[in-house]
Ligand binder design. Sequence first.
Ligand code: B12
Ligand code: SF4
Length: 470
Amino acid sequence: MSLDKDIVLIMPPVVEGFVMANPSLGLAYLAAILEPAYSVDVFDYNIDKNFNPHDIIEDILTTHKPKVIGLSLTTLNVPQAEKIVEIILQQDERPILIAGGPHATAVTEETLAIGFDYLVIGEGDNTILELMDFIFGRSSFDKIDDIDGLAFKRDGGVVYTGKREMTDMSKLPLPAWHYFDLDKYSSVAVKNKRCMPIMASRGCPDLCKFCYKGVFGAKLRVREPESLVEEILYLKENFKIDEFVFLDENITTKKDFILKFCDLLIEKEVNLPWFLGSGVRVDRVDDEIVGAMKRAGCYRTSLGVESGNEQILKDMGKKITKDQVRNAVALFKKHRYELTLYFLLGYPTETKETAQDTINFAIELNPDLAQFPVLTPFPGSEVHEYLKSKDLLIGSNWGDYNTFIPNANPTFKHPNLTWEEILELKRKAYKSFYFRPGYAFSQIINIRSISDVRRLWKMVFSFLGFLKSS
Ligand code: B12
Ligand code: SF4
């Protein structure tokens, strides 16, 4: 049987040796959309401990001889993607190279210059099929320029075609997970072995200045609760999942949706634990929602608190208050969730005093876990544009934007603090939060099960290990 493929989709690794918790939902949707008409395969290299870019010759180029290769780009995997592209460009008969994802959408011209033939801007669900039809001579369009959502090089310049309409989520097929090696994903954070990602909504109407929203836009689109429960039952039946995770950033925004979804989970006896991988906003929860989710199996969430200083919260465009944070934390504690709080250090208006407010607030809130990353001004975010306008960005070596690499170089010059001071504040935050007697004590009195405690402590050690090397 020939292994030749029309298209191979690749997720370049974020960093060599890193194993992701979940497979890529984006590539699973694209594969599902393409497979009725095209032969497809997917290579997610975020599970490969010893990834070597030359592997793609044996894995893909020789074995599958694809006509098209598509890469999924976040800013973090661009350095590895560049190595992959370089190898492909050296081949005598090379496939057509396309890319999509947040980085391709935010940094189009520079990304095309790496060697891609076409970039898919924004959501790729409909664009990729129209592009493939064009490449394979099956298109109803006369010119490639008529396909919305593309960027490509022509006559020394870059052509942007029209803006692509947002995807209608109710028309999406089930993600094609059969292309993934599902046993290879792992994380200290999940309760069970087979935990799969799912998404109920796309888009976010909020305007946090550190966040990039170029792919899914500002309009919130939510699926029907029935279709979600069907997807979960399908995953349980066909892929033997024992847990699922929502990747949504706004799952509680529509209260009637989340309450109905929780009722359905109970009514259909789904009986699986689940958690909110990207958290929820503190201003979009109440006792009814938090209680309903817990009864339906949700055991963990994170909350983006970002700062313990009201002015910094305003500067970030976060539109939340410290009292709203206190209320939300109290609700999740009341219903006995595992709670992680995310703080962000080094916003351009940060001072040593405001960072200390953040540390104090984290200790006051006393969640199970707290994380204190330093701001990374991802391209396309408002804070990136602000720093650029003030000439405070330090080059555009995307490797420095890789939050998984300890000791990465600074990405921007802070107006008030030196980089060493920022890193010192980060160390202080972790030490002050985790190395205090009250922390260990509250973990002991909140004791759930031995396996839960073991899992939480593994997470704490992974944060502290990371801290030691940075
Ligand atoms: C879930 C999630 C995670 C999970 C990842 C789990 C996993 N394995 O997928 C976890 C928690 C690990 C995570 C971590 C991080 N994340 Co994150 N994450 C997300 C989130 C919320 C959803 C991603 C997702 O699955 N979307 C659903 C799928 C359907 O969308 P998609 O992958 O984008 O694919 C669509 C299009 O992009 C396009 N497309 C994508 N690939 C391709 C390829 C081709 C060939 C084509 C044609 C089209 C195409 O078509 C797809 C279908 O429409 C997004 C925000 C968001 N709303 O997307 C942030 C987001 C991707 N994360 C981001 C960041 C910054 C991070 C972290 C750096 C955070 C940190 N400080 O540590 C890390 C880095 C991890 C990494 N891999 O790079 C940024 C990326 C910004 C950037 N420029 O790269 C985003 C956009 C958040 C934001 N708004 O700022 N993240
Ligand atoms: S951080 Fe969350 S709430 Fe803020 S804009 Fe991004 S997705 Fe929306």
